[in-house]
Ligand binder design. Structure first.
Ligand code: HEM
Length: 290
C-alpha cells in the first residue's frame, strides 16, 4: 500500500449519539484524510478505503489474535474461557480445523433447502403483524427469523429461541464501545447459563444423532483429536451469537432503506441484498493485530 504522507489524527467519540445514529459524515472526513488515519479515541490506526482494508485483510502478517493481550480481569474469566476457543478470534491451524468442521453445515445444498422454510417462517411472522397499530419490526420480524433458522441448522430446539436471544444479547454487549460493569456482569451470567444449557443438551444428544450441525460436531468430538468438548460448546455459542446479531440489523437497516428510497427486489433479490450490505451494514469495525 503506497502511503507516504504522515497519518492524520482524527477525533470522534464512538459513543456520541449523533455518530452512532449516522457515522457516515465522519467516515467521509476520514477517507478524505487518507487511506490510514489515526483514530485518537480508540488509540488505533483505521483503514478508510476498500483498497486499504482489502490489502490489510489479505496480508498474512496481520491476524485476529492480539500479539500481547492484556491479562483478563478475574470477574470476566468465564466469558474469556469461552472466547478462547472461538474461531472468530483464532489463527491457523486451529482456525482452519474449526472452520472446516462448521463449513459442513453451510453447503449450498443445505442452504438452498432452507429457503422454502425461511419463506414460510417470514410469511407466518408477517401474518401476525398487528392490524393498523404501530409495532417494532425488529421484535416482530428481524429478531425471530435468524435465531430460529440457526437453531434449526444447529439442531437446538427452537422453543429455546427466547433464551438464546437473551443470552446472545447479553454476551454481545462485551463488544460495545460503551460497555459498563453491569454489562460485563450480565454477559458473564449469560455465558454461564448458555454453557450449562449446551453441556446438558450435548450430553443428551450424544445418543440421538440427526442430520444437523450438533450431530456433526459431536461426531468430530468423539473422534478424539478433531474437536475438544470446550471447542464444541464455544462453536455452538459462536454460531448462535455471530449468526443472528448481524442478520437482525441487516434486515432492520435493509427494510428502513427500502422504505426511504423505494428500492424493491427484482426477480433475483441478490443485487438488492448485496447493496443493502454495502450501503448500511450492521458491523463497521474489526481489529487486526501484527
Ligand atoms: C448479514 C449478516 C452477517 C454479517 C454482516 C456478518 C459479518 C461478519 C464479518 C464482518 C465477519 C468477519 C470478522 C473478522 O474478519 O474479523 C464475520 C465472521 C463470522 N460470522 Fe458473520 N455475518 C453475518 C451473518 C452470519 C451468519 C448467519 C452466521 C452463522 C450462522 C455467521 C457466522 C460467522 C462466523 C462463524 C464468523 C467467523 C468466521 C471465521 O473466523 O472464519 N455470520 N461475520
Amino acid at each position: 500500500m503506497a502511503c507516504l504522507a504522515p497519518m492524520q489524527t482524527l477525533r470522534q467519540s464512538p459513543t456520541d449519539p449523533g455518530f452512532v445514529q449516522d457515522p457516515y459524515p465522519f467516515y467521509a472526513r476520514a477517507r478524505a484524510a487518507g487511506p490510514l488515519v489515526w483514530w485518537e479515541d480508540y488509540g488505533l490506526p483505521m483503514a478508510t478505503t476498500h483498497a486499504a482494508v482489502n490489502a490489510l485483510l489479505r496480508d498474512r502478517r496481520f491476524g485476529r489474535e492480539p500479539v500481547d493481550p492484556p491479562p483478563v480481569p478475574e470477574h470476566l474469566k468465564p466469558f474469556y474461557a469461552v472466547e478462547a476457543h472461538s474461531m472468530l478470534e483464532l489463527e491457523p491451524p486451529r482456525h482452519t480445523r474449526l472452520r472446516s468442521l462448521v463449513l459442513r453445515a453451510f453447503t449450498s445444498r443445505r442452504i438452498q433447502a432452507l429457503a422454502p422454510e425461511i419463506a414460510a417462517l417470514a410469511r407466518d411472522l408477517v401474518g401476525r403483524f398487528p392490524d393498523g397499530a404501530p409495532f417494532d419490526l425488529l421484535d416482530a420480524f428481524c429478531r425471530p427469523i435468524p435465531v430460529i433458522v440457526i437453531a434449526r441448522l444447529l439442531g437446538v430446539p427452537e422453543t429455546m429461541a427466547p433464551d438464546l436471544l437473551r443470552w446472545s444479547n447479553a454476551m454481545v454487549q462485551m463488544y460495545q464501545a460503551r460497555r459498563s460493569r453491569d454489562d460485563e456482569v450480565a454477559a458473564v451470567a449469560a455465558t454461564e447459563e448458555f454453557v450449562a444449557f449446551l453441556t446438558d443438551y450435548v450430553a443428551r444428544r450424544r445418543s440421538d444423532p440427526r442430520d444437523d450441525l450438533i450431530t456433526a460436531l459431536i461426531a468430530a468430538e468423539q473422534d478424539g483429536n478433531r474437536l475438544t468438548a470446550d471447542e464444541l460448546i464455544t462453536t455452538c455459542i459462536l454460531l448462535l451469537n455471530a449468526g443472528h446479531e448481524a442478520t437482525v440489523h441487516t434486515l432492520g437497516n435493509g427494510v428502513a432503506r427500502c422504505l426511504d428510497t423505494g428500492a424493491r427486489p427484482g426477480p433475483d433479490p441478490a443485487p438488492l441484498v448485496e447493496e443493502i450490505l454495502r450501503h448500511d451494514p450492521p458491523l463497521h469495525l474489526f481489529t487486526r493485530h501484527a
